[in-house]
Design a protein around this ligand. Structure first.
Ligand code: FDA
Length: 284
């Protein structure tokens, strides 16, 4: 039973060519992209190696297709659960291929069990590969300190709210606290960071970031907004019309369920949408 049709709103397709087609369409509307080959928590060496190979081929395909896209990876897809050394070797291979293709690799931030290891590996890689950036989650108390360290070395940071279920001993739970911390992180990155990415669909936060940028004299070419494929497309296009750089995170591949589940959890309307589609499908 193929339930991919349920995820179609958030996932560009199961294969590379569908994803390339989607990115081409986004590029035609003035949007940049970051392609994510879905997969996480891989515990089999062969599977992690196949993911590296698929990403390397994707970097080549981005170049030959002439589309405007970088890539986003998850370290647990590239073997972090198997061994840190193995994951580092895999990342080095990818970063070298990306450098040959003059491209850039974002590291997504996963659940808090991986935060420290992700950042340790990031700092290590960044010394030799400046074409790598990392996501930071505004809901974590530790993030201000992490962002300061990242800004100190001139690394590119993608600030997002955070998509995993974390305990209140380590993470803010109230939206107004998460927003306040998000803005604080953006402020640090505007003061000392390098081309930060502001990853949110929250209009209140976007307006606050725009205000902050204006107050600090940060012109729109010095940062970018990032949003997820399928979420608030009109807002994405409006920001482009206003002269901002906007990059869309475009996931694709057969391992779509965990990503899809996080999108459902974020909004209960999505669950109703899925239930309605399932009901219609079962009657068809
Ligand atoms: P919020 O959830 O408050 O949403 C604001 C508005 O956006 C909503 O009112 C609604 O209109 C729309 N919206 C948001 N989510 C929606 C959904 N699922 N379905 C439909 N509408 C929705 N997280 C993480 O932990 N690690 C990471 O590496 C990343 N990477 C990442 C990259 C990019 C480019 C983005 C945009 C986001 C991430 N995230 C992430 C996810 C992020 O942490 C967060 O979970 C989502 O962006 C939702 O939070 P918002 O800031 O959009 O606000």
């Amino acid at each position: 039973m193929d339930l991919f049709f349920l995820a179609r709103r958030f996932v560009a397709g199961v294969d590379v060519e569908s994803a390339i087609r989607v990115v081409r369409g986004l590029n035609e509307n003035g949007l940049h992209a970051t392609l994510d080959l879905l997969g996480e928590n891989v515990r089999d060496r062969g599977q992690a190696e196949r993911a590296v190979e698929a990403y390397a081929t994707l970097l080549d395909r981005i170049a030959t297709a002439g589309i405007d896209s970088d890539i986003s990876v998850k370290l647990t897809q590239l073997g972090l659960d198997i061994s840190e050394h193995f994951c580092e070797e895999n990342m080095r291979r990818l970063l070298s291929r990306a450098a040959e293709r003059r491209n850039f690799v974002w590291i997504d931030m996963e659940g808090s069990a991986y935060t420290q290891r992700t950042l340790d590996l990031f700092f290590h890689l960044f010394r030799t590969h400046p074409n790598v950036g990392v996501a930071i989650q505004a809901y974590l108390y530790r993030s201000e300190e992490d962002v300061r360290r990242l800004a100190d070395v001139g690394a590119r940071v993608r600030v997002c709210k955070g998509a995993y279920k974390e305990p209140k001993t380590i993470a803010y739970r109230r939206m107004r606290d998460i927003r306040r911390n998000f803005l604080r992180l953006a402020e640090i990155l505007f003061e000392r960071g390098s081309e930060p990415a502001i990853a949110t669909h929250d209009e209140q936060l976007i307006e606050a970031v725009q205000r902050l940028a204006r107050e600090r004299g940060i012109t729109p070419d010095r940062f970018e907004f990032q949003m997820l494929y399928g979420i608030r497309p009109r807002l994405q296009e409006r920001l482009v019309r206003q002269g901002y750089r906007v990059r869309i995170y475009v996931p694709f591949g057969t391992h779509w369920f965990p990503y899809f589940y996080r999108r459902l959890r974020e909004r209960k309307e999505n669950v109703w949408f899925v239930l309605k589609n399932l009901f219609e499908w079962s009657r068809a």
